[in-house]
Design a protein around this ligand. Sequence first.
Ligand SMILES: Nc1ncnc2c1ncn2[C@@H]1O[C@H](COP(=O)(O)OP(=O)(O)OP(=O)(O)O)[C@@H](O)[C@H]1O
Ligand SMILES: [Mg+2]
Length: 255
Amino acid sequence: MIEFKHVTKVYRNGTIGLKDVNVKINGGEFVVIVGLSGAGKSTFLRSINRLHEISEGEILIDGKSITNAKGKELRNFRRNIGMIFQSFNLVTRSTVLKNVLSGRVGYHSTMATLLGLFPKEDIELSLKALERVNIKEKAYSRADELSGGQQQRVSIARALAQEAKIILADEPVASLDPLTTVQVMEDLKKINKELGITTIVNLHNVELTRKYADRILGFRAGELVFDGKIEEATDDIFNEIYGKEMDKDEIMVEE
Ligand SMILES: Nc1ncnc2c1ncn2[C@@H]1O[C@H](COP(=O)(O)OP(=O)(O)OP(=O)(O)O)[C@@H](O)[C@H]1O
Ligand SMILES: [Mg+2]
């Protein structure tokens, strides 16, 4: 479980990223974060694994505070959290398998991983992860020989090899075409359901949100303005989150 307690993030230049956010995300949930550009979606996601430091409040993971964790303790927290980016973040000149194996670095000494020495079990685990996202046959291809959708699946496989309990995906499909988008979202949903991995995804697209979210968190100017099940997120709610102005006619009728 992930818990935000009165979390505020103010960037150094004074911009408010998050404003007194309180929320609990349960193990195994598939949560979609929505909101306008600049609403705080990435800040929220990146606060969880401390890619961004928060200014006030506390974030708990399974009841333990990550906010002040240091050294080994912080590494152990991070080992359980996989991150997926819009831009895939792969080492494009390396093979697919090596990229997936890099999910294992948190489990070994720096020296061993620098030398690329991974035990046989890690290689098996990585191949299994690739199989789960249907690209095992690409294991020995260079990452930059893959299509965008395939590259995103490699980054999902990397999170699986990492044995992450939580996956944070920051607009994982923003640079993909509609068909590939669906495949990647299906993969994320599948591993969420089959492996019980808590998944938090930032999305811009309302249609995709409706299709995949179990629960929606809506942000506006750093504030959590909606938290509810997908069934509760009506068009009106979306308009509110996105701050769409009411039709002039509607306003007249109201008056
Ligand atoms: N490194 C930074 N320094 C200063 N301000 C920042 C920084 N990163 C983000 N911000 C600001 O914090 C606010 C929230 O940004 P954030 O990136 O979380 O939004 P977002 O909802 O992810 O937007 P988008 O949909 O465009 O990705 C915005 O006003 C943004 O300009
Ligand atoms: Mg963002």
